[in-house]
Design a protein around this ligand. Structure first.
Ligand SMILES: NC(=O)c1ccc[n+]([C@@H]2O[C@H](COP(=O)([O-])OP(=O)(O)OC[C@H]3O[C@@H](n4cnc5c(N)ncnc54)[C@H](OP(=O)(O)O)[C@@H]3O)[C@@H](O)[C@H]2O)c1
Length: 220
């Protein structure tokens, strides 16, 4: 499936993996609209009115991608209810509302792509919310694929990716530990994930799937 002149809306396309995907889509000839809380058009997935406004502003689109994420990490005994709610808003409830407001606006042959994460399949302490939201994304992709057919709905589940979110003092030690442990023996790059996202957007027989671009991290 050719991406030339296809209209692709990327929520969270202003940084990290989303920015790389936006660049790759543009290079493939797509017309990319980057949306986020700090971009124009603005959208905040915790706010249904802003999702409705984005859908009205965009009109029709060929593909809709959401990378929005809000961590609520920490031991379960210390979790803050509002932070937990925001994490579900960004990854699960927001995408449900995106599907609600973009229903009828996705053109024939189009798709929705959501972002999950390997922690859902490889839980670790203090990552209860992240694990739960990420598995929920995979379930949501399956459920939406059935309800919104023939619009295709898929998810990508990255492992540890050098997207900028890990930049800081502990990055090198973290990355060395990840590369030593996972079966691919390396940390992922935004280009690795973008390549899978392009596959999900363009393969007409792929729907209800979660692509694990995690170097095998969920297995090790
Ligand atoms: N990097 C990794 O190692 C890794 C591992 C597993 C899974 N993932 C998943 O991959 C996706 C992309 O990760 P990344 O590393 O590229 O992170 P990132 O750079 O932080 O990208 C997240 C994007 O989401 C947008 N966003 C956050 N909250 C939002 C909201 N409420 N409404 C609308 N937009 C919102 C942010 O833009 P604004 O601030 O402008 O709103 C930002 O551009 C995320 O879903 C993440 O959970 C990443």
């Amino acid at each position: 499936m050719d991406l030339t002149d296809k209209k692709v809306v990327i929520i969270g396309g202003g940084s990290g993996i989303g920015a790389r995907l936006a660049a790759d889509l543009t290079a493939a000839g797509a017309k990319v609209i980057v949306a986020g809380r700090t971009t124009s058009p603005a959208v905040d997935l915790t706010d249904e009115d802003s999702i409705r406004r984005l859908a009205e502003e965009v009109g029709e689109a060929d593909h809709l991608v959401s990378l929005a994420s809000a961590p609520a990490n920490g031991p379960v005994a210390e979790l803050d209810r509002d932070a937990v709610h925001t994490a579900f808003d960004a990854k699960v409830i927001g995408p449900i509302l995106l599907a609600k407001h973009f229903t009828g606006r996705i053109r024939p042959g189009g798709s929705i792509l959501l972002f999950s994460g390997f922690i859902g399949w490889r839980p670790s302490p203090a990552r209860v919310v992240m694990a739960t939201t990420n598995v929920a994304v995979a379930a949501l992709a399956e459920a939406l694929a059935v309800e919104l057919a023939p619009v295709r709905v898929n998810a990508v589940s990255p492992g540890i990716i050098d997207s900028g979110v890990w930049d800081g003092p502990g990055k090198q030690a973290l990355f060395e530990g990840v590369a030593a442990k996972n079966p691919a023996r390396r940390v992922g790059q935004p280009s690795d994930v973008s390549a899978a996202a392009l596959l999900a957007l363009t393969n007409p027989f792929l729907t209800g799937a979660t692509l694990h671009i995690d170097g095998g991290a969920r297995l090790a």
